[in-house]
Design a protein around this ligand. Structure first.
Ligand code: AMP
Length: 437
């Protein structure tokens, strides 16, 4: 199917063509017509499914139909959890709106306020923002939402996890009710449902993919390895030139730095992405990774959430993820929009229980692989530094709702809930999905 029947504006179709997209992804096919028809929408889809275009293309179509009024009041507000995601959404909007006379402003913390204030005061048709900084700037009367037509809550589950709900409420409360509200989330939990009742009017729900099932285009592999050999195994695997754009996940910020340092010492160009790095450092790391100036990006889960980089050849779970959600998000960084990719998980003897739980959760076993030519019998290297931080202190947002007692995946007989879809054999409810393995 082409984009033609979806009812998009001709200038937007042109931009889509120039972006090289020939057919809509499933979330785009499902979400674009109801948004153009004026409905509120709940989109249950993970990053990597083309969800940004799924809301951007119909919104731009509606904006193109309605020329701006006298004042340049903001007509679209997109809220997103991280600065990286805000920047990516802005890039997407600018690409799809390239033939339209629209202005886009971004708002996020960690950088000076003044340029953002100037951009808002000049008038922006579209604002893409993280909730915290936006609230500050609304307090300084920099925004004009009197003509607002669309409110988008992107990665709403993540925004709740990060404790943004009070800020979101304060942002949304004064907004005009004469708007369309679109909410996107990887999961449909009770908290998300409550949010939809609070902010939306009779929303349509579209759900793409099985929530607990990682992208089918990703080859998932497990490499069993003693903990002290993880650095050597990573280096060994990176001898393979097909690993040309590699995203490595570590649990902790300091171990991300340590992994990167070790690779750099071996001549492998590497950058890091975690919350101890400044905004400029994070943007530079992403830019260098995208451009190929660095081959490996080592990231923590929170920092990597939502990053949209085409062409990642491999994701390496250097540290086994603590949550099923994190595994799904991590490996979704590769194999995006139907490209193929490999997801490699290092599994130490300590991780075996969690691996079994993960396999139950995703409803399939993961292939075990041995690294050819790798010396599994090697002793502890002289420069090996064991992990210092216990799991309970690993990088985690203090407001995260995932701080819950351990919950094991369970079988459930419920099948008639709103989220529908196949959740994998574990049949977890969304609340359970947030628990530890
Ligand atoms: P998203 O889920 O919005 O993060 O998008 C994931 C990736 O898919 C991005 O790199 C988009 O540029 C790309 N993409 C979006 N729509 C399409 C499409 N219809 N065909 C191919 N790629 C797409």
């Amino acid at each position: 199917m082409s984009f033609q029947p979806l009812g998009l504006d001709a200038k937007i179709l042109q931009a889509v063509k120039e972006a090289g997209y020939t057919e809509p992804t499933p979330i785009q096919t499902a979400a674009i017509p109801p948004i153009i028809a004026g409905h509120d929408l709940i989109g249950i889809a993970q990053t990597g499914t083309g969800k940004t275009a799924a809301f951007t293309l119909p919104i731009l179509t509606k904006l193109a139909e309605q020329p701006p009024g006298q004042r340049r009041a903001t007509r679209v507000l997109v809220l997103a959890p991280t600065r990286e995601l805000v920047v990516q959404i802005e890039e997407n909007i600018k690409a799809y709106a390239k033939h339209l006379p629209l202005t886009v402003a971004t708002v996020f913390g960690g950088v000076g306020e003044q340029p953002q204030i100037r951009a808002l005061r000049a008038g922006a048709d579209v604002i893409v923002a993280c909730p915290g900084r936006l609230l500050d700037l609304m307090g300084q009367r920099c925004t004009d939402f009197s003509q607002l037509k669309f409110l988008v809550l992107d990665e709403a589950d993540r925004m709740l996890d990060m404790g943004f709900l009070p800020s979101i409420r304060r942002i949304v409360q004064p907004l005009t009710k004469q708007r369309q509200t679109l909410l996107f989330s990887a999961t449909l939990s009770k908290e998300i449902e409550a949010l939809t009742h609070e902010f939306q009017k009779s929303p349509k729900t579209v759900q793409i993919g099985r929530r607990a099932n990682p992208a089918e285009t990703v080859t998932q592999l497990v490499y069993e390895v003693p903990k002290h050999l993880k650095p050597a195994l990573l280096h060994h695997l990176l001898r393979d030139p097909s690993m040309d754009m590699v995203l490595v996940f570590s649990r902790m910020k300091h171990s991300a730095d340590r992994i990167a340092k070790a690779l750099e010492q071996k001549g492998i160009r590497t950058a890091t992405l975690h919350s101890n790095r400044s905004q400029n450092q994070r943007l530079k790391a992403l830019k260098d990774f995208k451009s190929g100036a660095v081959r490996v990006l080592v990231a923590t889960d929170i920092a990597a959430r939502g990053i949209d980089v085409d062409g990642i050849s491999h994701v390496v779970n250097y540290d086994f993820p603590m949550h099923a959600e994190d595994y799904v998000h991590r490996i979704g960084r590769t194999g995006r929009a139907n490209a193929v990719g490999d997801a490699i998980s290092f599994v130490t003897p300590d991780d075996h229980g969690e691996l079994r739980s993960l396999e139950r959760f995703i409803g399939r076993g993961i292939v075990r692989r041995k690294a050819e030519g790798f010396n599994y019998a090697a002793g502890v290297p002289a420069d090996y530094q064991p992990e210092r931080t216990p799991r309970s202190q690993q990088q985690r947002n203090p407001n995260s709702q995932r701080r819950q007692p351990q919950v094991q995946p369970q079988r459930s007989s419920s099948s008639g809930n709103r989220s529908g879809g196949n959740r994998g054999r574990s049949g977890q409810s969304s609340g359970q999905q947030r628990g530890r393995w």
